[in-house]
Design a binder for this molecule. Structure first.
Ligand SMILES: [Zn+2]
Length: 410
C-alpha cells in the first residue's frame, strides 16, 4: 500500500517485507503488511492471517519454502483488508494441488463486516484512498471476498497434529477480533490488538472501536505468560517484554477511558476534554505506544463518541449556518487582504492551525474573486501540518488536502 515518504513512516508499523522466519520449531511468521503466521503440524498447516490481496502469492511461496503439507485451516484475526484478503492464493493453490479446501475460521462478526464492506464499497474506496494514500488508478478495496466456513461466538478451540489452537474473541480495533493461543508452544497471535503503534482506537474515518475490551484482551494475553507474541504488524515480541507491552498498552487505554469518563461525569464537552487529557509521560515515551499510526487525540474522540452524542455544548452549533455564509460575513468585515496577511503572519509565527482557520474564511466565502493565493497558502499550511505530525493517518489526511489545494490553485 503506501510507500514510506519520510523517516517517521519507516517505523515498524509499515515494515519492509522480511520473508519467512522460524520462531520455534513448527511455528513461523512472515513479516509483511499485515503479519502472517503459520504452524506446521503432522496433520496439515494452520495459517493465521493472509495479509493484503497483493501479497497472496508471496505468502503462498513463503509457506512452500518451509513445508509441502496441505493447508488445513486459515484463521482470520479480523476482517480488515490487510489480514483477510491474501487468502485467495492459498485457496487457488489447494484447488490446483487437489487438496481439500482449507477451512477458513473467523469470529461470526467477520461475516457482518464483509457484508457491510460490500454494501459500502464506494465509501470504503473513498476513505481508504485518503487513509492509505492509495495512488489514483489503483483500487483501494478488494473486490473478492472469501467468507469463513466456520464461525464462533465467544471461544473456539481445536486440536490438530498434537497442538491445541485456542481462539478467543475480543473487541478492540474491530468488533470481530480473534486472538490465538497455542499452549503447547506458549505462542500468541494477537492480530491488531498489538501493532507497534499507539492503538488505532479512534480512526477518524471509521466506525466505533472499543477501548476497555481492548485492554481486557491484552490483560488476558499477559496472564497466559506467553513466550512469543506475533503482533498484527511489526516485529515479533519475545519473553518478558510481551507482558510489559500488553499491560502498558492496556494501561494507556484504561487511562484515557477513565479520564474521558470522569470529565463526562463532570459535565465537560469534547473541546475541554481534548485540551485536558494527555497520556502520562512514562507511557507516552514507550516506543510501542508512539503515535505513528493512530494517536491519543483520535482515541479521545472515539471514547467520547462511544458515550456521548455529536453535540459540542455550544447551542450556536446545534443548527449552524452554512460555512460559506459565516465566511462571507467575516470577510465582509475584515477584507480578504487583511485576513490573508494575518494568516501569513501566523504561519511565520508557527501558528499553522490558526492560520488554517483564517485562510478558510477566504476560501469558503463564495464571493472571493481570486482564490489562487488562498489555495496556495492553505496547501503550504497543510504540508507543514503533515511534516509536524507523526500519525500516518493524520499525515495522509493533510497531504491529501494539500494536493487538493494545489490543484484548486492552478
Ligand atoms: Zn492490520
Amino acid at each position: 500500500m503506501a510507500k514510506p515518504k519520510n523517516k517517521s513512516q519507516t517505523q515498524p508499523v509499515f515494515p519492509q517485507y522480511k520473508g519467512v522466519e522460524e520462531l520455534i520449531p513448527q511455528v513461523y511468521s512472515i513479516t509483511t503488511f499485515g503479519n502472517v503466521g503459520f504452524i506446521v503440524t503432522e496433520e496439515g498447516v494452520v495459517v493465521v492471517d493472509t495479509a493484503i490481496h497483493q501479497f497472496g502469492e508471496l505468502i503462498r511461496n513463503d509457506i512452500r519454502k518451509v513445508t509441502d503439507a496441505p493447508i488445513h485451516s486459515i484463521i482470520y484475526t479480523h476482517g480488515h483488508y490487510d489480514h483477510a484478503f491474501g487468502v485467495w492464493a492459498l485457496l487457488k493453490e489447494a484447488e490446483e494441488r487437489g487438496d481439500p479446501k482449507p477451512r477458513i475460521i473467523a469470529h461470526e462478526n467477520v461475516v457482518k463486516r464483509f457484508n457491510r464492506y460490500q454494501e459500502l464499497q464506494g465509501q470504503q474506496e473513498f476513505i481508504n484512498r485518503i487513509q492509505f494514500s492509495v495512488p489514483d488508478g489503483t483500487s483501494a478495496v478488494p473486490k473478492e471476498y472469501h467468507y469463513p466456513d466456520l464461525t464462533y461466538h465467544d471461544r473456539l478451540s481445536f486440536r490438530l497434529g498434537g497442538l491445541t489452537f485456542e481462539l478467543r474473541f475480543g473487541m478492540g480495533e474491530t468488533d470481530d477480533a480473534t486472538w490465538i493461543w497455542i499452549p503447547e508452544k506458549k505462542v500468541i497471535f494477537s492480530g491488531d490488538f498489538l501493532l507497534w503503534s499507539f492503538p488505532n482506537l479512534g480512526n477518524p474515518f471509521k466506525v466505533q472501536r472499543y477501548e476497555t475490551e481492548w485492554a481486557d484482551a491484552l490483560e488476558q494475553m499477559a496472564s497466559l505468560h506467553p513466550q512469543i507474541l506475533v503482533p498484527g504488524h511489526g516485529p515479533v515480541i519475545r519473553g518478558e517484554k510481551i507482558k510489559k507491552v500488553c499491560l502498558n498498552t492496556a494501561r494507556a487505554l484504561r487511562y484515557l477511558h477513565e479520564e474521558v469518563v470522569k470529565r463526562l461525569n463532570q459535565g465537560a464537552w469534547i473541546e475541554q476534554i481534548l485540551e485536558e487529557v494527555q497520556l502520562p509521560e512514562d507511557l507516552a515515551k514507550k516506543s510501542y505506544l508512539a503515535p505513528i499510526y493512530g494517536c491519543p487525540t483520535f482515541a479521545i474522540h472515539a471514547i467520547y463518541r462511544r458515550y456521548a452524542g455529536w453535540y459540542d455544548g455550544n447551542p450556536s452549533h446545534l443548527f449552524p449556518s452554512k460555512t460559506a455564509d459565516i465566511a462571507k460575513e467575516i470577510v465582509n468585515l475584515t477584507g480578504t487582504e487583511a485576513l490573508l496577511n494575518r494568516a501569513k503572519a501566523l504561519k511565520e509565527a508557527g501558528e499553522i492551525q490558526l492560520a488554517l482557520h483564517l485562510v478558510d474564511f477566504i476560501i469558503y466565502n463564495p464571493e472571493t474573486a481570486d482564490l489562487k493565493e488562498a489555495h496556495e497558502l492553505k496547501a503550504e499550511l497543510l504540508q507543514a501540518k503533515a511534516e509536524q505530525t507523526t500519525s500516518f493517518i493524520a499525515r495522509n489526511i493533510f497531504l491529501n488536502g494539500a494536493r487538493r489545494e494545489y490543484q484548486l490553485a492552478k
